[in-house]
Design a protein around this ligand. Structure first.
Ligand SMILES: Nc1ncnc2c1ncn2[C@@H]1O[C@H](COP(=O)(O)OP(=O)(O)OP(=O)(O)O)[C@@H](O)[C@H]1O
Ligand SMILES: [Mg+2]
Length: 383
């Protein structure tokens, strides 16, 4: 099945080889190539007991190589059956991106119809299962752990946005894409994956239709994809981490508000700490309040008003005084699923007037930062 593709590689001795040159001469950088047979034996013939999850991209298995190395093996679903060249180009890009807060990409298998990605295995599963999962999966995360997860995730995003080559907008920041290492250190997964799927068929197409509460409204409605869409999703994620509540599955107050709206309401009523997870019995109030406010800066309706991820890291890691007078209201995108929550139609809502195109406002009181946005907008149809 693999046909000409493998003919382009140097003959491999064992199960793993380093691709020197892809099909039709696409140079690849130290991408480890795994044979399908090796992955099959590492997963017990893809046995259901080794299945550790499955999302829109495909099914994930835990695999163990003969030397004992544990890996996560992601078998991409049918929609990703793009040509070998395009696939290799994206794989190349992903393989070059390395950071302590990003799940390490180990290699891939491209045999026949198979498109399989191999990652380092994170033993503490995803933040979604630790924080929001069923009782058996739930892990008690104290405040220092939650703060470290926020900060680590933000650092991973700074890397993707500003240091990775090319810069990467993740597009799908959410609790299930934050994996937790041995010490509950966070690592962002699935970066670069959206590009492995042709735009009109990615799994995210169902995501907008049935909003999961993470989508920046300008991306969901207008298809405007910038780094600020990730900043928005990160703000929602932070509120989940602080409150221990799922943004898509929780409804608050009589109006059945979503988490972001509820947080804004509590702020107006000067009851912001009520959003904190009741499981957190001891925490530094000043720091937690600062984190909640940073999340609100991230979820502002106007993308231009949101901080960059680098500014977010600054705001989280130092006891900076936030310029709250610059904080504007959040805006949320309501998809079909939010009808059960808020009863709204499938459109954006904002408690503010129509968005005014303001100049960005610096969230710091004393800072030399200019939050002038230099984001380029990629027009994408909502997926
Ligand atoms: N590197 C990994 N180490 C350990 N577990 C992993 C790893 N990658 C994924 N998983 C597990 O597999 C689950 C499913 O991951 P997957 O990315 O396929 O789906 P998802 O994140 O829920 O949705 P999406 O497809 O939108 O990303 C994760 O929630 C996690 O429990
Ligand atoms: Mg995922």
């Amino acid at each position: 099945m693999s046909g000409g593709f493998f003919g382009a590689f140097r003959c491999c001795k064992g199960d793993i080889d380093t691709i020197q040159t892809g099909a039709e001469g696409i140079p690849t950088n130290n991408v480890r190539l795994f044979s399908y047979n090796l992955l099959r034996s590492a997963t017990g013939n893809f046995h259901p007991t080794n299945r550790i999850g499955g999302g829109g991209y495909g099914v994930v298995y835990k695999g163990v190589f003969k030397d004992g190395t544990q890996v996560a093996i992601k078998c991409l679903s049918a929609e990703s059956k793009q040509g070998t060249n395009e696939f290799l180009t994206e794989i190349n890009m992903i393989s070059n991106i390395r950071h302590p807060n990003l799940v390490e990409f180990i290699g891939c298998c491209i045999e026949g119809n198979h498109r399989i990605l191999v990652y380092e295995y994170l033993e503490n599963n995803s933040l979604a299962s630790a924080l929001l999962g069923s009782k058996s999966k739930h892990v008690a995360l104290d405040w220092p752990m939650r703060a470290a997860i926020c900060l680590g995730t933000a650092s991973g995003l700074v890397f993707l946005h500003e240091e990775a080559e090319p810069h990467v907008v993740h597009r799908d920041i959410k609790a299930s894409n934050i994996l937790l290492g041995r010490n509950f250190d966070p690592k962002i997964g699935d970066f670069g994956l959206a590009k492995l799927f042709p735009d009109n068929v990615t799994h995210l197409s169902t995501r907008v239709a049935g909003t999961d509460g993470y989508l920046a409204p300008e991306y969901a409605l207008l298809g405007q994809l910038t780094k600020k869409a990730d900043v928005y999703s990160f703000g929602v994620l932070m509120l989940e981490i602080i409150s221990g509540r799922s943004s898509s599955k929780s409804a608050f107050g009589e109006e059945l508000m979503v988490l972001v709206e509820w947080t804004w309401k509590l702020r107006e009523e000067k009851r912001l700490l009520e959003i904190v997870d009741p499981e957190l019995t001891a925490y530094p109030e000043g720091e937690v309040l600062r984190f909640i406010k940073v999340a609100l800066f991230c979820t502002q309706g106007s993308a231009h008003q949101r901080p960059t991820m680098r500014q977010v890291v600054e705001m989280l890691s130092k006891d900076v005084h936030l310029n709250e007078s610059a904080l504007t209201e959040p805006r949320i995108y309501r998809g079909r699923s939010s009808k059960q929550l808020g009863g709204a139609s499938s459109e954006e809502s904002s408690s503010s007037q129509a968005e005014k195109r303001k100049q960005p406002v610096n969230p710091f009181v004393n800072s030399s930062y200019s939050s002038q946005s230099s984001d380029s907008v990629t027009q994408m149809l909502p997926r």
